[in-house]
Design a binder for this molecule. Sequence first.
Ligand code: SF4
Ligand code: F3S
Ligand code: FES
Length: 234
Amino acid sequence: MDVKLRLLRFNPESDDKPHFENYEVEADPMDRLLDCLHLVKWQKDSSLALRRSCAHGVCGSDAMVVNGVNALACKVLIKDLEQPIVVEPIRGLPLIRDFIVDMEPFFAGYRAVKPWLIVDESQHEPERERLQSPKERERFDDTTKCILCAACTTSCPIFWSDEEYVGPAAIVNAHRFIFDSRDQGSRERLEILSQRDGVFKCRTAFNCTAACPRGIKVTQAIQEVKRAALFQSF
Ligand code: SF4
Ligand code: F3S
Ligand code: FES
């Protein structure tokens, strides 16, 4: 079938601002949008710039705005998209070129919440693995699924207007450790998240939950972190 694409292009060396360009490629209805973007790049214009790696919804590098909705280009099928398929870079992060944005503000929020296991090893060297029951593991199972694609954070209206807000992805990754029975850094993380740019900036818009390609209950995780910060319950 013929597939019509309308891509927002931007080359900082020659363009003052982004502009749309139209393309047409031959593809199968079961092809993914990423396949069509590859066809544009390989057959029509090799200067098209985009990030991708796994092509299977795992690496999180090809989040884009597809027909107005955040999605991974490698997960959406052509048959499910209205044409022309309008593709834009994710919003709220500085645009570098075509679909490539500067992810640094996003990762700054991620790093700020210390997304690693914090344990007090000063007392003794552990002599065996840190045990956890299936029930304790279940508590944070949903938030382990995050692939750091930024679809949630860049769909959040609070983040669009305030890049300092840590954003839903950072909170999801804080949740993953706050509710981990082996972790001893929850107080520290909740203190960071209680600051001005932390979890209480969320206005429960739910865009993040709708945008997550992994189906994570992002807003629910944010509410749980808010409660944990308010009542020191984790
Ligand atoms: Fe992507 Fe979902 Fe993780 Fe947000 S929570 S970064 S949308 S995988
Ligand atoms: Fe933004 Fe999600 Fe909260 S869209 S306002 S982080 S519920
Ligand atoms: Fe890895 Fe799409 S290319 S998630």
